[in-house]
Design a protein around this ligand. Structure first.
Ligand SMILES: NC(=O)c1ccc[n+]([C@@H]2O[C@H](COP(=O)([O-])OP(=O)(O)OC[C@H]3O[C@@H](n4cnc5c(N)ncnc54)[C@H](OP(=O)(O)O)[C@@H]3O)[C@@H](O)[C@H]2O)c1
Length: 311
């Protein structure tokens, strides 16, 4: 009897959570056509990045899938072409855990592409513990922040040439929990949870500072929280955290198509140019997180990032 009650309560909570998330998910209703435009998405072979690429392909864009695995990217390309009929889908290889790879990739894009209208910095991991990249940085902060910072800089001229153009940085509500953020320690491993929160706050600060520097260029920039989405990102975690997150994702998550809506909105919605530098969720601008209100930290992070990526 008690067991039945518990099972019923869990099922009811599950159903309520699912209904809540279905009702509150924001959908991008913009009909913007992307024929003649080029969009580049990092980490586009799966999850939010894949759904974003699929949407851009449906809108007629030339879509560059910037991925680290050729086989996974080619498979995603085939699926997008067969679903949309858009054959203008290109695979390019980049490892966001290596500055050399990011530089080589940007060089190739600058040489081969005539324009770039949308850059989506989406690739990300949630953990991998204290693993270090070959550049000597924690894998997480390099993948989630420094490489996106470098890539954006290396593609800025092309974006400016293609203006009006947009940069979209996929951050997370996790940024709101980065209460221990210290710009002086940002390139150091603290703990798996803190590292992820800090990296996602870096995405927000980068967006704020970049928006200031791009004023008047016709290039606008946005950060966003996509929601909680059940994706492969969970596989970059381990231990008890993975179990906790798996449970949370089963209860509270959107599907990847729903999770891509705010990225798509920030990339294509008309009339949000004035909101450059702001943070979005569920296809709406939201109030900045308290952790993201330190202009001084944003500026310091910018300067530190320039030094670390050797701009
Ligand atoms: N899922 C959520 O609940 C959630 C919530 C808030 C924010 N986000 C953010 O959303 C973004 C996308 O995450 P997702 O949930 O869609 O995860 P996902 O399904 O795991 O996709 C992540 C993508 O990033 C790629 N990637 C990881 N490391 C890379 C590297 N070194 N070089 C190049 N590509 C790399 C992955 O490639 P492989 O397939 O080769 O690994 C994959 O294509 C991330 O920035 C994440 O922080 C997600």
């Amino acid at each position: 009897m008690v067991l039945c009650t518990v099972i019923l309560a869990v099922l009811a909570a599950y159903a309520i959570a699912k209904i809540y998330f279905k009702l509150t998910t924001g959908w991008c209703k913009s009909q913007t056509c992307l024929v003649g435009k080029t969009a580049l998405i990092t980490g586009a072979n799966t999850g939010i990045g894949y759904e974003t690429a699929l949407d851009f392909a449906k809108r007629g864009a030339r879509v560059i899938l910037a991925c680290r695995s050729k086989s996974k990217a080619e498979e995603a390309r085939s699926r997008i072409i067969s679903e949309t009929g858009n054959e203008n889908i290109v695979v390019k290889i980049v490892d966001m855990a290596s500055f050399d790879s990011v530089r080589a990739f940007a060089r190739e894009i600058n040489e081969s592409e005539r324009r770039l209208d949308i850059l989506v910095n989406n690739a990300g991991i949630i953990s991998y513990g204290d693993r270090t990249s070959k550049d000597g940085l924690p894998l997480l902060i390099q993948t989630n922040h420094f490489s996106g910072f470098l890539l954006t800089h290396l593609l800025l001229d092309l974006l400016k040439k293609s203006a009006p153009s947009r940069i979209v940085n996929v951050s997370s509500l996790a940024a709101a929990f980065a209460t221990k953020f210290d710009v002086n320690q940002v390139e150091k491993h603290i703990s798996n949870g803190d590292d992820y929160n800090n990296s996602k706050l870096c995405n927000v600060y980068f967006t704020q500072e970049l928006a200031k520097k791009l004023k008047g260029t016709g290039v606008t920039v946005y950060s966003l929280h996509p929601g909680v989405i059940k994706t492969d990102i969970i596989n970059t975690m381990d231990g008890i955290r993975k179990i906790g997150f798996t449970l949370m994702m089963n209860f509270m998550s959107k599907n990847p198509e729903e999770g891509a809506q705010t990225t798509i909105y920030c990339s294509v919605a008309k009339g949000i140019e004035e909101l450059s530098g702001e943070h979005f969720a569920d296809c709406k601008r939201i109030k900045p997180y308290k952790t993201a209100l330190n202009e001084g930290a944003a500026k310091k992070l910018w300067e530190k990032s320039e030094r670390i990526v050797k701009l």
